[in-house]
Design a protein around this ligand. Structure first.
Ligand code: URP
Ligand code: ZN
Ligand code: ZN
Length: 505
């Protein structure tokens, strides 16, 4: 329906009636008229559509934008991501997400442009909802930072992630400065995985030497101080070049304090957190038969006090983005969490946990319905701000005339028990098994087409389209007249104020 003109004499392909809409700023009652996959009208008592959905006063929100998830990503070892663009986007749609931004990963020695081409081949024809690409820059050669990256940014790949840990991905400080310099001059958003590699290796080596190899030692080898130190260092490098960065998957108060400190000083430092830092603790890495490997991710989940700090930082604006960091490794079988069976040491367990489908329901339930977040903040964190920060607004992330009709009608007030058997990903577990939520999407629309209804996936592979991203305004450095970095003024390569004209407002 979304690709066809409005049928007969009906002005809309679809009308969603009696919607209680929330955007990042407002709440209003309206009908939503959808034509050609876009929102064409917001008003009461719209004329009939070729199809009708009665929202009956339920919450109707923009479809989620999951700005951090891993699908069919090359790993550089023998681990295999169990979700491709079909199962991953199917699962996302069933959880109320209508745009995903996974990562085209460059392995060391590889061309970044080739990594992006390869990733398109992996995605083509498979996605059920729209998608963009971040890139992962793991080999910051001059060819990559001075030629490939600028060209790719111009082609709509306007964000990339860099790592301060993991031997096969990490950049040293000088390499980080090189990529930040490119981001600054070309208006791209740099996402940073902030954990201190040497501290982790030092701790992990000593634990392993003493035979301490069970999953809980993963958390003990990555304590909050290693995240705090790397977060502070990343902020300092960004300040040195006066370049905006976004710290991803922040786990607790130590890193949050650094981010808040930088924001208060006027630096453009953005931050993301994820469900695992609200709903899991380091204790979840315990248990028998390597069960805790299911919850191994980096940074690791912390404790109840950290949950409190993360909730506060979601509510007070320190975090702009709430993503899943979906990393789909199966617990059983080849390529999964246990390459050496039940004897797998923690440093051989692939990092990351699944969460594309549960991200929104968990936050709606425990955030909005428990009164920790207002509905506008929920929409901002899960849809509007990620769309803006990564150059997809105003087409994605909001309910407005002209925006894509990516819309979710929510069921609230239910008790629903999360069961992996009901999820649509290709992973054999969810870390949230048995948890009760009180909100779940009833209907998900992707560009005006129903892709999920009442527990059933009804979309199709190939409906999802690739979205080239604009250069986000948020990635634009402060104008020279507002910065306090005289060293930048003497560098001839520093861009003038107009460097990023054309950025998404
Ligand atoms: O442990 C995690 N977070 N795995 C996914 C990859 C990453 O660093 O985001
Ligand atoms: Zn990461
Ligand atoms: Zn990740």
């Amino acid at each position: 329906m979304s690709d066809a003109p409005a049928s007969g004499n009906k002005p809309y392909d679809l009308v969603v009636r009696h919607a209680r809409v929330a955007t990042a700023s407002d709440v209003f009652e309206t009908d939503i008229g959808i034509r050609d996959g876009r929102i064409a009208a917001l008003a009461r008592d719209l004329p009939p559509g070729a199809e009708e959905i009665d929202a009956a006063g339920r919450w109707v929100l923009p479809g989620g934008v999951d700005a951090h998830c891993h699908l069919a990503q090359k790993t550089g070892d023998n681990s295999v991501m169990a979700d491709d663009f079909l199962s991953g986007t199917r699962s996302a749609a069933c959880g109320g997400t209508t745009t995903v931004i996974p990562f085209a990963a460059q392995l060391k020695g590889e061309s970044l442009a080739q990594a992006v081409r390869d990733y398109h081949a992996v995605a083509d024809g498979k996605a059920c909802i729209d998608y963009a690409f971040h890139m992962i820059v793991s080999d910051a050669t001059a060819q990559v930072t001075q030629e490939e990256l600028p060209a790719l940014i111009g082609q709509g790949y306007t964000s990339f992630k860099i790592y301060m840990t993991y031997d096969d991905l990490k950049l040293n400080d000088r390499q980080i400065l090189d990529v930040l310099d490119t981001a600054r001059r070309h208006g791209a958003m740099t996402m940073v995985h902030a954990e201190s590699s040497d501290c982790i290796a030092w701790l992990a080596d000593r634990m392993l030497a003493e035979g301490l190899q069970a999953p809980p030692y993963h958390a003990l080898s990555r304590p909050p101080v290693v995240e705090r130190e790397a977060t502070h260092r990343a902020i300092s490098l960004a300040e040195l070049l006066d370049t905006p960065i976004l710290i991803v998957h922040v786990s607790g108060p130590e890193a949050i304090e650094q981010i808040r400190w930088a924001q208060t000083r006027g630096l453009k430092i953005y931050a993301e957190t994820c469900p695992q830092y609200l709903f899991l603790t380091a204790a979840d890495l315990g248990g028998d038969a390597l069960h805790g490997a299911k919850c191994i991710c980096s940074p690791p989940p912390r404790d109840a006090a950290a949950h409190e700090a993360v909730w506060n930082a979601l509510a007070n604006g320190t975090f702009q983005v709430f993503s899943s960091d979906h990393a789909p490794f199966r617990f059983d079988g080849e390529g999964g969490k246990k390459p050496q069976g039940d004897d797998t040491p923690f440093n051989h367990v692939p990092n990351g946990i699944p969460g594309l489908e549960t991200r929104l329901a968990l936050l709606f339930s425990e955030g909005v319905l428990e009164g920790r977040l207002d509905i506008n903040t929920f929409v901002a964190l899960t849809a509007t701000q990620p769309a803006k920060l990564y150059g997809l607004a105003p087409r994605k992330g909001t309910i407005a005339i002209g925006a894509d009709a990516d819309i979710v009608v929510w069921d609230t007030g239910l008790p629903r028990v999360v069961r992996n058997a009901d999820l649509h990903h290709n992973v054999d577990y969810t870390p949230y098994e048995g948890r009760t939520v009180r909100a779940w999407p009833g209907i998900t629309l992707s560009r005006g087409r129903v892709v999920y209804r009442d527990g059933e996936f009804v979309g199709e592979a190939g409906h999802g389209r690739f979205l080239p991203c604009e250069r986000p305004l948020a990635a634009r450095p402060r104008p020279a007249r507002h910065r306090r970095a005289p060293w930048l003024d003497v560098l001839s390569r520093v861009a003038p104020d107009t460097a990023n004209d054309g950025a998404t407002p």
